[in-house]
Design a protein around this ligand. Structure first.
Ligand code: 5AD
Ligand code: SF4
Length: 463
């Protein structure tokens, strides 16, 4: 077969999107081509998420469609990669459609595995069986590191922007979370590799780099006498010509390194005033049951400190509602914390028991679906009022925006005869801004005067 074509579908977080981009680059380099139409593909790869049951159900339903597609296209090869591949392993072969199962740590092998599988038409399993028993994780991750350095420059998701992973895995083991089991232990990438990658991205025209890690603020790498933390990466990356904005996600609410990071934010005009730091709950009892190692008061103290060092910092959060044992009183404590934290926006999730996690094994999922839904809606409404209030501050102000491209939703009246389109971008503080302008602005920084606000989106005119 000459140049087999691949269709890749990605579920889940930025880490997964980044993995898909790396796999795409590696497959291109190995001679594969790509298609946007699964019906035309020789290979369908599904990069999966296990963080909630809903994400896994979507993948299973996708596999159901592929089973039908395979009836008309028997040569089609289907690969499941990512977190669900690691979690379920060869059980996924019980699904008729699946030919290849490959965990997150094995993605460097995908080009070879696919080439072999296409030739030999056999089922292929590539997952690390003992994902957490790594004596020297740095050595074991050499292949991943080489893969990342080689392919981390191309296939960006948005013009002018790139994501750079600074660490793999997680050591926190929050009781509800599957990530440490599917992504393995925390392994930090060498600062030289990260900085080199950012330099190459800048040379390729990238203006904004977002550093990625499950607990990005705990980044730590010792080389010789010196230990590097995230603040060192931010300071060094700030000196790279061409890089305008640096962001980082996701932060864990802990003292460790936070001062240094906030100081780097205050000191460098390139480090964006944006902190995504999930609280997960406002109840100390629930935080304990979640194995989050802070109280609501300590969390708020961290935010106070952040605002003392960077007064205009925008904060985003995550919450889980309906965690086992969450009473109305606990939920009220979450509402209370949300009000005090003054988030720019929040991501709110209904608790989903994940097999193998301590919460699933030791605690009963005793909040009904109805109650979880009601709490979700209620908390969203509280946050919406806060976002609305914060957004109003922007009315009449000029903001700098990194333009992403065409806005998916139609918001503004547009003169049909004009060459302008409805564009969307984000400010350094991560506010979404919609305005009319030429599409050539995609990937560029633009100045926009805000003329209208809403809880999640600011609207304006190009200056
Ligand atoms: N159920 C619901 N939400 C979860 N999250 C992680 N695990 C679960 C779970 N089992 C949420 C947390 C985390 C975000 C990425 O997903 O809020 O910050
Ligand atoms: Fe999951 Fe907790 Fe690690 Fe975040 S810090 S990835 S919630 S275990």
């Amino acid at each position: 077969m000459s140049s087999p074509s691949v269709y890749i579908k990605t579920y889940g977080c930025q880490m997964n999107k980044l993995d898909s981009a790396l796999v795409t680059s590696a497959l291109r380099a190995a001679g594969f081509s790509f298609t946007d139409n699964a019906n035309e593909a020789d290979v369908v790869l599904i990069n999966t998420c296990s963080v909630r049951d809903h994400a896994e159900q979507r993948v299973l339903s996708h596999l159901g469609h592929l089973k039908h597609l395979k009836k008309t296209r028997p040569g089609l090869m289907v690969g499941v990669i990512g977190c669900m591949a690691q979690r379920l392993g060869e059980k996924l072969f019980q699904h008729e459609a699946v030919d290849l199962v490959c965990g997150p740590a094995q993605i460097p092998q995908i080009p070879q595995l696919l080439a072999d599988a296409l030739q030999e038409k056999k089922k292929t399993l590539a997952i690390k069986q003992k994902i957490r028993q790594t004596k020297k994780p740095e050595d074991q991750n050499l292949a991943l590191e080489q893969f990342e350095s080689a392919y981390g420059i191309e296939d960006r998701q948005l013009p002018g922007q790139a994501y750079v992973r600074v660490m793999h895995g997680c050591n926190r083991f929050c009781s509800y979370c599957v990530v440490p089991y599917v992504r393995g232990p925390e392994v930090c990438r060498p600062p030289t590799a990260i900085i080199e990658q950012i330099r190459k991205l800048a040379d390729a025209g990238v203006k904004q780099v977002t550093l990625l890690g499950q607990t990005v603020n705990s980044y730590k790498y010792t080389a010789g006498e010196k230990t590097y933390c995230l603040a060192d990466l931010l300071a060094t990356a700030s000196n790279i010509a061409g890089i305008e904005w640096l962001k980082f996600v996701t932060s864990y609410p802990a003292e460790e390194f936070l001062d240094e990071i906030l100081q780097a934010m205050a000191d460098s005009p390139k480090v964006c005033h944006y902190l995504h730091m999930p609280a997960q709950s406002g109840s100390d009892k629930i935080l304990r049951a979640m194995s989050r190692h802070y109280t609501a008061a300590q969390y708020l103290e961290l935010l106070d400190k952040a605002r003392a060092i960077v007064p205009d910092i925008a904060v985003a959060g995550d919450f889980i509602v309906g965690f086992p044992g969450e009473t109305e009183e606990d939920f009220q404590a979450t509402i209370d914390l949300t009000r005090k934290a003054k988030y720019k926006n929040c991501f709110i999730f209904k608790y989903s028991p994940r097999p193998g996690t301590r919460a699933d094994e030791k605690l009963q999922d005793n909040t009904s679906a109805e109650v979880k839904k009601r709490r979700n809606i209620e908390l969203l409404a509280v946050q919406e009022r806060i976002s609305d209030e914060l957004s109003r501050d922007f009315l009449g102000r000029q903001v700098k925006v990194l333009v992403e491209g065409l806005s998916k939703k139609a918001h503004l009246n547009l003169d049909q005869s004009s060459s302008e389109r409805q564009l969307v971008g984000r400010t350094a503080e991560d506010w979404i801004v919609v305005f009319n302008g030429p599409i050539s602005l995609a990937g560029q920084l633009a100045k926009v005067k805000i003329t209208k606000t809403s809880p999640l989106t600011l609207f304006g005119q190009l200056c």
